[in-house]
Design a protein around this ligand. Structure first.
Ligand SMILES: [Zn+2]
Length: 312
């Protein structure tokens, strides 16, 4: 994800248009101010300043001291930024803080980026994930429903979730989680969501068997085919089935957790796939590809082409 995004409606954002309301507005101030602040924002993002612009950066971006004074006055008037004090090298100095408005500029904060990187490291670390998947199998630890590894779109797609968002994962704090629960739970450190007990007999589908065996521990599959239709409930202790149970086998959803209510197949629900960050599609899905089978259209009738007017 880029470190700085500009909203697609930014050109006509009220803050941008406010420049023409200034008493001493001239023909150039609106675009000049937008360009000046945009360059400042780019610099702030590039150097991970979290919306803070130093006076030196602002002067450099303005091009001259005379324009700096005019542009800072305009930017303050419009609401692009406010004056703040920041500590630089142990000294309190004047600086400017850009308005945090995602319709104008959205900057990835330094802490947010570091957390994203930590999540990726954890969900790609087999030292963690093999043990997590051996323990949890193919069931979400929040709702108990079976998950599909390699499904990067639907609510039942498999992800990993950090029980303690913002903190590096351990085997104890990383769990298998469906995309729907992961998206709903979000990144709230005060979350009251509870995990289900560790399954006594985890389900191992083909993707998980292959993943675990690849890292040196053979396991027996509980089912042999990634489901494409609502599956009947099958006890994991039963002989290898073709599909995993669709509903929880390990107890009902904890009362504090909302029931995600997966839809099958090809669910149109697309969770954010977040692993507690708010970043779409970053839920750390398994890498082994088992693309969900799309339902084939049935009894599709071909529309006849109208006859051309010239024919009788
Ligand atoms: Zn779930």
């Amino acid at each position: 994800m880029p470190w700085l995004k500009q909203g697609d409606a930014a050109a006509n954002h009220p803050i941008v248009l406010a420049a023409v309301e200034m008493e001493d507005a001239d023909d150039r101030i609106l675009n000049e101010c937008f360009g000046f602040v945009g360059r400042c924002a780019t610099q702030a993002a590039a150097y991970e300043q979290d919306y803070i612009i130093t006076v030196g950066t602002a002067r450099h971006m303005a091009g001259s001291l005379a324009r700096y004074n005019a542009l800072i006055a305009a930017a303050k008037y419009c609401g692009y930024l406010t004056e703040v004090q920041v500590e630089i090298d142990g000294e309190q100095r004047k600086a400017f803080k850009l308005v945090e408005d995602n319709d104008l500029f959205h900057m990835i904060l330094k802490a947010e980026r570091e957390w994203n990187n930590q999540r990726k490291r954890d969900t790609r670390n087999p030292e963690l994930t093999v043990r997590v998947r051996m323990r949890d199998g193919d069931a979400c630890r929040y709702c108990g429903k079976s998950v599909a590894w390699g499904d990067n779109k639907s609510g039942r797609g498999a992800t990993y979730d950090h029980i303690n968002p913002g903190q590096g994962g351990t085997v104890d704090t990383l769990v298998v989680c469906c995309r729907e629960c992961n998206g709903k739970r979000g990144d709230d450190p005060e979350s009251t969501w509870k995990t289900l007990p560790v399954p006594a007999e985890p389900l191992y589908g083909p993707a998980t068997v292959a993943f675990i065996e690849k890292h040196g521990t053979p396991v027996q599959p509980s089912y042999t085919r990634t489901p494409t239709t609502p599956a009947a409930t099958v006890h994991p202790a039963a002989p290898a089935a073709t599909e995993p149970p669709a509903a929880t086998e390990y107890g009902s959803t904890p009362e504090s957790n909302p029931d995600p209510g997966h839809r099958y197949p090809g669910s149109r629900y697309v969770g954010t796939g977040r692993d507690g960050t708010g970043q779409a599609g970053k839920g750390g899905s398994g890498q082994e590809a088992h693309p969900p089978t799309r339902p084939q259209p049935q009894n599709k009738t071909r529309r006849r082409r109208p006859r051309s007017r010239g024919r009788n």
